[in-house]
Ligand binder design. Structure first.
Ligand SMILES: [Zn+2]
Length: 270
């Protein structure tokens, strides 16, 4: 069984503040990396226990600088996985293309504007307000799920705060296993499981989720596909004015169109 662990940092137990996920020498970020890596290890153990033979981990957290997509602590990673450091988000698709049985999303956060979403945002808190796939409002769980779905890979597990677990079930259906490691009280506050307990829950959740590879259908936003982004301010449109496949549709909005999600996303994002 081949399993892709796709992860973000904001949804990890113990993490509630930007400083914990902002790359640099600060003690609080360095501690955050350890909390993050250990949740990944829990998912890897669970996947292995469920019979996974190939587990590839991909960090999708834009920490900033050389820590972007590079926040995991290599020396602490479970040797039961390999891991990818990519240059741009959604750039590495080889493991999906080669054929993959399931994806597990660890440490996810809710979409921009979610009142109880810890560190909630969509792609860029400064630049993006709303993202829609064929009219459906989505966050980063939706982006990663569409990426996996394009190559026929279902998402079977989402871990993070209560808000992202709710968002993921609404998008992917009740067959999805979710593990809630904290309950957001606001954007920068939460009632949390201890990291040790969160890891137990994630390990068990990964094992359970992989028992039925057909519990969730691969996510496809629909064909053709229209991706609409509302930015927070008009100046954000500048780089899209002459982009092929992208149309400026309002003072702060663009639409990218394609025969399928991946072609629309590629036109817009790369
Ligand atoms: Zn992140």
């Amino acid at each position: 069984m081949r399993v892709h662990v796709i992860s973000d940092m904001e949804g990890v137990a113990g993490i509630v503040k930007w400083g914990q996920v902002t790359g640099g020498d600060s003690a609080i970020y360095q501690e955050g990396r350890v909390l993050y890596t250990e949740e990944i290890n829990a998912a890897v153990r669970g996947a292995r226990a469920a019979g996974a033979t190939d587990v590839v981990v991909m960090d999708c957290h834009g920490a900033g600088g050389d820590y972007t997509f590079n926040s995991l602590v290599p020396d602490l990673l479970d040797p039961g996985c390999e891991y990818v450091v990519q240059d741009e988000w959604t750039e590495y698709t080889a493991f999906l293309e080669q054929g993959c049985d399931a994806a597990l999303f660890v440490g996810m956060h809710a979409m921009a504007g979610t009142a109880d979403g810890v560190l909630s945002h969509t792609v860029s808190g400064q630049a993006w307000q709303n993202l829609r796939f064929n009219g459906t409002l989505v966050g980063e769980t939706g982006i990663n799920a569409a990426l996996c779905g394009h190559w026929g890979v279902p998402v079977l597990l989402v871990t993070g705060d209560r808000a992202v677990c709710r968002e993921a079930r609404e998008l992917l259906g009740d067959g999805l296993t979710t593990v809630e490691v904290k309950e957001g009280l606001g954007r920068f506050s939460a009632r949390q499981q201890t990291p040790a307990r969160a890891r137990e829950l994630i390990e068990a959740g990964a094992r359970e989720a992989l028992r039925d590879l057909s519990a969730v259908k691969p996510y496809d936003p629909g064909r053709p596909c229209e991706i609409e982004i509302d930015f927070t301010s008009p100046d954000r449109l500048q780089e899209y004015r002459n982009r092929k496949g992208v149309e400026v549709t309002g003072p702060r909005s663009v639409v990218a169109r394609g025969d399928d999600w991946w072609s629309a996303w590629s036109a817009f994002f790369f």
